[in-house]
Design a protein around this ligand. Sequence first.
Ligand SMILES: *Cc1c(COP(=O)(O)O)cnc(C)c1O
Length: 407
Amino acid sequence: MNAALPLPVEAASPHVMNTYGRVPIALSHGQGCRVWDVNGKCYLDALAGIAVNTLGHNHAGFVAALRDQVGRLIHTSNYYHVPDQERLAARLVELSGMTNVFFCSTGLEANEAALKLARKFGHDRGIARPEIVVYENAFHGRSIATLSATGNPKVQAGFGPLVEGFIRVPLNDIGQLRQATEGNPNVVAVFFEAIQGEGGINAMHMDYLRQVRALCDERNWLLMIDEVQCGMGRTGKWFAHQWAGIQPDVMPLAKGLGSGVPIGAVVAGPKAAALFQPGNHGTTFGGNPLAMRAGVETIRIMEQEGLLANATRVGEHLRAGLGRALAAELASGAVRELRGQGLMIGIALAKPCGVLVGQCAEQGLLISVTAESVVRLLPPLIMTVAEADEVIAILCPLIRQHLAGAP
Ligand SMILES: *Cc1c(COP(=O)(O)O)cnc(C)c1O
């Protein structure tokens, strides 16, 4: 393929801003759960571009549809109707049980729209200074508003003053949520990830989700669940909160929704669906024909190939295999916990483990480490049991070796 980059790739980007600590690999092409770098080396992809490449790489049906779409229309603007916006919105409404959708292009934009919905909800009720409950270790994006909602000082450092109007509480503690909002008439919404991704694969408990839903009903607050990372089938249901049998009022989506084509969406239920009126919100790229086609085809292919069931089956196989391979480390506490659901898996180690990313890549496996000490697996939802076994075979010896080394 095209060896466009002069190696070594460590020094390959003198003109791109230095915002990422990159692994020294330049990828060239992919097929299924495998990708190849510009030197021809093959990698098993257990990251999927951070939960984005739902259908893996070069999926035949998906590529054919995108080729067809590129030859028709890529972009038209929202001055005109885009028929696939209605098709994709109808699918998302059907899958979520909610009612209306706004389309944008990224996760932070979906969250930004959610925050604007919450504030508008407040203003429409006469609350001039609305406040939104957010969580410790949350990640909602890197715009000024979404980094203010994010619960990570590293994301916020250097970018103050932060946006006001957020109240922060710990996960899974209904008493603390009640206490933090007691007698405060300005609260309008509770906003969290059903399973925190960047924060280290931390799940909201099922009973907590139901308690927060009930509290939001009681106080007339919006329940807003950021499903940007945990949504779109990754946990084995379309949306992670569905495991608790609840429904949010606002649900931002992005990452996996377009299998790699940039897309975001905020889905709203009856309490939030009519808050935006013409002139309140908009975006140039959001909902363009290419992104909408990508969303429609992603959902169609997921259904056709049974990828929700596959995420559950292969996820359980992965977790069971990891549990067996790391049984001694789990018993000793060197591996603190095996977390997550479906194909969203966190292996929490007792010490920082960022070096594992490079070590795995050297052995032909792409993973990520988040929250310093959590190995995170987010493979394409097409991953097979045999590929999951390969992940275990490469990853676990490296984890053991790392744990045995200097602290
Ligand atoms: C990735 C992510 C975002 C931000 O999405 P971008 O597309 O990078 O702006 C927001 N929320 C969650 C839960 C995410 O995982």
